[in-house]
Design a binder for this molecule. Structure first.
Ligand SMILES: C[S@@+](CC[C@H](N)C(=O)[O-])C[C@H]1O[C@@H](n2cnc3c(N)ncnc32)[C@H](O)[C@@H]1O
Length: 204
């Protein structure tokens, strides 16, 4: 392939030529979601993923977004308003409560759910996702997910508390029945330290 014919990637990486953990999640969501779908951002933070999901599902779609930090909720609402998005509900609550906020008629109908774990960039690094609530939220999320729906998890084992959460997710993912779920893991393998990982769960 000549240099001139190399296509420029749509999802750039902050660390090199391949997508980051969140970049992989975006690519997969872009591939699978359709206008009109219902989706969940389980950790809205600064609202980048919420906006991305809202734009993918369009004006006929529905988005629910969750965060425990008020600053994250405010920033996500601001970002959505700036983009003219009217289809998203941003909830100031932990993702482990998501089933209480998504109407019962949408349970089992959600096409995509994104978790972007860890701490809010540019904010208080002591507020991180916690293993126990993450696992509870994942269990609820699988119930909300539609057949052929996609759940992605960006996991950051490098920060304090992140390695324990990553181990718990590894155990949780390995325990999912292959009759009901396909699970894949995307991560750099030739880097030292603890690079971010993208976990993907597809419901049969
Ligand atoms: C890596 S950030 C998310 C980045 C975000 N998706 C974005 O696009 O900017 C992780 C977020 O998870 C939030 N968080 C921590 N525990 C949570 C919980 N139990 N439920 C929902 N969000 C939580 C943090 O407050 C933080 O904003």
């Amino acid at each position: 392939m000549s240099e001139n014919s190399v296509p420029s990637p749509r999802i750039a990486s902050s660390i090199g030529g391949l997508p980051s953990a969140v970049g992989w999640a975006h690519l997969l969501m872009e591939d699978r979601l359709r206008p009109g779908d219902s989706v969940i951002d389980a950790t809205c933070g600064n609202g980048h993923d919420t906006l991305f999901l809202a734009q993918l599902v369009g004006s006929q779609g529905r988005v629910w977004a969750f965060d425990v930090q008020e600053a994250a909720v405010v920033e996500t609402r601001r970002r959505l308003a700036e983009a003219g998005i009217l289809t998203a509900t941003v909830v100031h609550a932990g993702h482990e409560t998501m089933a209480q906020h998504v109407p019962p008629e949408r349970h089992g109908q959600v096409a995509g759910i994104m978790f972007n774990l860890g701490y809010l960039p540019g904010s208080d690094k002591s507020v991180i996702t916690l293993t126990e609530t993450t696992l509870r939220a994942l269990s609820v999320a699988l119930d909300l997910l539609a057949p052929r729906g996609l759940l992605t998890l960006a996991v950051y084992p490098g920060h304090e508390g992140g390695a324990q959460e990553q181990q718990a997710i590894t155990q949780w993912a390995a325990g999912l029945s292959p009759r009901h779920y396909e699970v894949q893991l995307l991560r750099p393998i030739n880097r030292s330290a603890s690079p971010p990982e993208c976990w993907v769960v597809w419901k049969r």
